[in-house]
Design a protein around this ligand. Structure first.
Ligand code: OKP
Ligand code: ZN
Length: 343
């Protein structure tokens, strides 16, 4: 399986994440990918290929123009306004406030276009996010050209990003971009399977009203886990999308057996749906020692999960999402891919 990866990810390296009332070094940090690259190499995977320049057309088709303009210009505006630190959101359009009127003020805009305050933006964030999308697009093209599967080693991740909001370490929803590309190229139905510990609220939101892209997510229950305000089991899609969304929220301490049962159910639903291509939001933060998550999967479980996913027999693009137990991130990620390859 070919990996697509851009060194440009390094341009996104904020110094600070607001966590527990303190600024800490962000959990989502550049070194995460080093562990994955090293493990891919050790396990005999082909040398990663750097993607071509990003295709902006799909992105513009999926996202709010004001949001893209914001991402592109916010750092310069922030600096021009004399702000000394990184961009961190502090104000949000909350209940019963205006959600359709982006303010002019940069501090107001930051909160308007974000869904959480842990994710800082710096000078290179936009370029890094575009390079992450470019890796996903390159992986999609490889699969469209006939490869059984491809791995987009995306950083920053994408599944929390909506058409008009960043947050949860995400700016551009890479998995949604890939799903849309499959559709644009003629696939009638596409499925996104999100196995990251956190609910893929962005992907769900982008496709919620559509019947042509099925979304399934296994995650920590919203009562207990970020992003908190979406991911319940009764969210099944709306309008044309009714029945094309399925959530598997699970409790703190969930071990592999019930998680694998949810996975099998999701795979059966995707099969019944008749998807012609599969996008996997590949987070490995369901791991037992992940510092910000609460499931209890062990490293061999990730290989078993990969095997099960392969049994769908679909052309598959893996997009890297989360995983913060730095040393184990490489092992667990490559285990999924190896399990898939070996099945
Ligand atoms: C992104 B992905 C740490 C709280 C972190 C945000 C989590 C984002 C996860 N103090 N909250 O889905 O792995
Ligand atoms: Zn996650």
């Amino acid at each position: 399986m070919q990996t697509f990866f851009s060194e440009e990810h390094r341009k996104h390296f904020p110094q600070a994440e607001l966590s527990g009332g303190q600024f800490v070094t962000p959990y989502e940090r550049p070194s995460r990918v080093e562990y994955i690259l090293r493990r891919l190499n050790e396990r005999g995977f082909d040398t990663p290929i750097a993607p071509q320049t990003p295709d902006m057309t799909v992105l513009r088709g999926l996202c709010d123009p004001g949001y893209l303009e914001f991402l592109e210009t916010c750092w310069d505006e922030w600096v021009a306004e004399g702000m000394a630190g990184e961009i961190i959101a502090g104000n949000f359009p909350a209940r019963r406030m205006q959600i359709s009127r982006p303010p002019r003020n940069i501090d107001g805009k930051v909160g308007y276009y974000s869904l959480a305050s842990e994710t800082a933006i710096t000078a290179g964030t936009w370029e890094a996010a575009l390079s992450s999308m470019a890796s996903a697009q390159a992986a999609q093209r490889a699969v469209a050209a006939g490869a059984r599967a491809a791995f987009a080693l995306c950083r920053p991740p994408g599944h929390h990003a909506t058409a008009d909001m960043y947050g949860g370490y995400c700016f551009i929803n890479n998995a949604a971009i890939v799903a849309q590309m499959f559709r644009d190229q003629g696939a009638g139905r596409v499925a996104v399977l999100d196995i990251d510990f956190h609910h893929g609220n962005g992907t769900q939101d982008i496709f919620y009203g559509r019947g042509d892209v099925f979304f399934a997510s296994l995650h920590g229950a919203p009562e207990d886990a970020f992003p908190y305000y979406l991911g319940y089991a009764d969210e099944t899609g709306a309008g044309d999308g009714e029945g094309a969304n399925v959530n598997y929220p699970m409790a703190p301490g969930t071990p592999y057996a019930p998680w694998a049962e949810a996975l099998e159910d999701a795979l059966a639903r995707i099969r019944a749906y008749g998807a012609e291509a599969l996008v996997v939001s590949l987070g490995v933060d369901a791991y037992k020692d992940d510092p910000i998550s609460f499931f209890k999967l062990d490293s061999p479980d990730f290989m078993d999960a990969g095997r099960r996913i392969a049994k769908l027999g679909l052309p598959t693009v893996f997009c890297m999402e989360g995983g913060y137990a730095i040393e184990a991130v490489g092992i667990n990620t490559v285990n999924v891919l190896e399990g898939f390859n070996g099945a």
